[in-house]
Ligand binder design. Sequence first.
Ligand SMILES: *Cc1c(COP(=O)(O)O)cnc(C)c1O
Length: 464
Amino acid sequence: MHQLLRSIPAIHGMLNDPQFRNVKETYGLSDQVLTSLIQRAADALRQDLIAGIKPVNSSMKSEVLERTNALAKKWGKNQLTRVINGSGTVLHTNLGRARLSERAVEHVTEIASSYSNLEYSIHEGKRGSRHTIAENLIQEITGAEAAMVVNNNAAAVYLILKGLAKGMEVIVSRGELVEIGGSFRVSSIMEESGAQLKEVGTTNKTHLYDYEEAINEHTSMIMKVHTSNFSIRGFTTSQSRKELVPVTDAHELIYYEDLGSGSLIDYQSAGIGDEPTVKQVIEAGADLVSFSGDKLLGGPQAGIIAGKKKWIDKLKKHQLARVLRTDKMTLAALEATLLHYLNLEALDELPVYRDINISASEVKRKAEHFMKRMSHLGTITFTLKACTSRIGGGTMPEVELASFGLHCQLDSYAPHELEKKLRLSEPAVVGRFLEEKFFLDFRTLTDKDIDDLVIIFEALDQRS
Ligand SMILES: *Cc1c(COP(=O)(O)O)cnc(C)c1O
């Protein structure tokens, strides 16, 4: 045993060994990190030997080398990593939803790497509120009396219910009790918040009298939930804010809409979907609305609450507001994103809008240009195909965006093998299957993505 333990080479020697230097190169490690990894690999080997586990490699050095490599692979670089999104879904929740604008990224970088006036009033030279900057922007853009920002829209819903309806009844139409993204259910959030869900109507029909009959002295709120990722067609009736606001006003109840995506510009007039703008909902008399920062808005993960000052003030003072408060990086990204709206440059600057608005013919041009660059490949075949992309993120489920992409086939590889190779490449490439072949939708691909795809496919071609 002692013999075995003593045969583990000295750390210093391994550090200068070409094979270990190679690990350093491959993963771009500093000497310090390499030393630490070798140390940990050698320690683990020692533990195994003491526990009687036999080494698999012929020499102790190759035993440590293998373990160092495994450690470097796991810890030598970031695991949260860039993905090329060829899925055709613009707001893909699994892939991080909205990409930030360049200006938002720059702003985050500056605020994250320095001190800031996050909660400090530069004018008054004393403590300020972290809500102010985003609130002012949201007021300007939506016309709301007041606003605040929390961690995500689920947190916004929770805070509103807990802060304003705990122990009271909240009326919701059965047609709106949907589950979003497999983890957000209004009924569950409601239960957690201590507010009592009062379901009215049926899945396809809820009449105004259903709401009116449900109101009693325990009612605090009528809540309308955007049925984001789901739509009921056919024999349906639902009540719009136009009918509901007078009812809540007459009974001094809160009228609250969970808008889900919360569009700040009018997609409807651009011919995409039938999403109202936040401003329209506020103007229609909603007391409160909440929506996500990283869906159609095109900013960071956040939950925005806007509406009547009376209610927002109460929410700001709630203990939970502290629990759900957003970080400076989020607030920086949100500020820069909202400024794009205020300055009427959102359509040009926000990746979400560029990706949604790009025409099928422009996407086609991107795909064709890529095919030309790939014409020298021997074993990979690309076939241009029209397809439809989706907005995703539970946003405008009905909308199909005409798009283009490429069927990709690699000689002697099954489609799922090619899919796996691309998924495990660096950067990772995520596509989808269309007609049982691997398919890349070019809608959301940037120039950089396409340059990287060229390199990835060239390497695959040489290997096969
Ligand atoms: C997406 C969505 C949520 C959850 O928002 P997050 O920002 O993901 O927490 C809540 N309600 C509706 C209607 C949604 O579409």
